[in-house]
Design a protein around this ligand. Structure first.
Ligand SMILES: [Zn+2]
Length: 269
């Protein structure tokens, strides 16, 4: 899937889940928590593709996510790709093909998804102010890049960096640590998992069962059968799926915010 579809799917899953939690489990969140969770989940849904490196010196190539903060994120993608490739090479069996790059390997596994979620919460609760600010800044930047792709491409990385910096600071000021920080980790983890599902339905598949060996292969790519798979950037993705994600976002947001808005209008009459 393309970056913008991944981000939109992350936002849809988070908003839909938030609505379901409020509706069926009586778990309610403040508008700020909902907004931040949605953004972080959308950003998290781009994170696994940070394993696709481009050309740092020319500022080209890489996935959407690698362009969020200009050359800095392109360089990060380079490092993530190399580390992923090293993990692949170190853990592959003789039946796994040799690879020349690390795309769709370690960052596309369940252990990465769960690990990055725990790591986020741990860093926020243990790392103090700068860790929280750094994580918020990074994740909100990814969300902006993913959700407002066309604008971001035009405007470049500087406005994204400034806006996510400001939003991160405000969020830091108003987000309660006790409920907010565990929520950030969950949002990052859920976002990554939604990304895996998105790649799962495209032709290439993901190493969903790693590190469990399947047929003496550690890195078997698992996806839906080819006849059912969605081609990247095709009509099914850009029209049908994106339309569906947008609809879920709007419906869930309306259901979550609607009653409060109605109450405000009806009180005093
Ligand atoms: Zn991917």
């Amino acid at each position: 899937m393309m970056g913008s579809s991944h981000a939109l799917s992350g936002a849809a899953v988070w908003l839909g889940g938030t609505w379901a939690l409020a509706q069926f489990a009586d778990y309610h969140q403040t508008p700020l928590q909902i907004a931040v969770g949605t953004a972080v989940c959308a950003g998290g849904a781009l994170l696994p593709d940070l394993d696709m490196s481009g050309r740092v010196t020319r500022g080209q190539g890489g996935a959407t996510v690698a362009h969020t903060f200009g050359r800095v994120s392109l360089f990060t993608a380079e490092v993530v790709e190399k580390v992923s490739h090293a993990i692949y090479t170190a853990t592959r069996t003789r039946r796994d093909p040799r690879r020349t790059n690390g795309h769709r390997t370690f960052t596309h596994t369940i252990p990465f998804t769960v690990g990055i979620g725990f790591l986020t919460t741990w860093a926020c609760t243990q790392g103090g102010k700068w860790a929280v600010l750094g994580i918020l800044f990074f994740m909100l930047g990814l969300a902006l890049r993913g959700l407002f792709g066309q604008f971001a491409e035009h405007a470049g990385w500087i406005p994204i960096t400034l806006v996510s910096g400001g939003a991160a600071y405000l969020t830091y000021l108003y987000l309660p640590a006790d409920r907010g920080y565990p929520m950030l980790g969950v949002a990052v983890g859920v976002g990554c998992f939604v990304h895996l599902l998105g790649d799962f339905v495209t032709n290439a598949g993901v190493p969903l069962l790693w590190p469990l060996p399947v047929g003496r292969r550690m890195w078997r790519m698992i996806g839906v059968p080819n006849v059912l798979s969605v081609s990247v950037g095709g009509k099914v993705e850009t029209v049908l799926l994106r339309g569906l994600f947008t609809l879920v976002c709007l419906a869930a947001a309306a259901a979550l915010i609607g009653p409060a808005v109605l109450a405000r209008f009806t009180t005093g009459t």
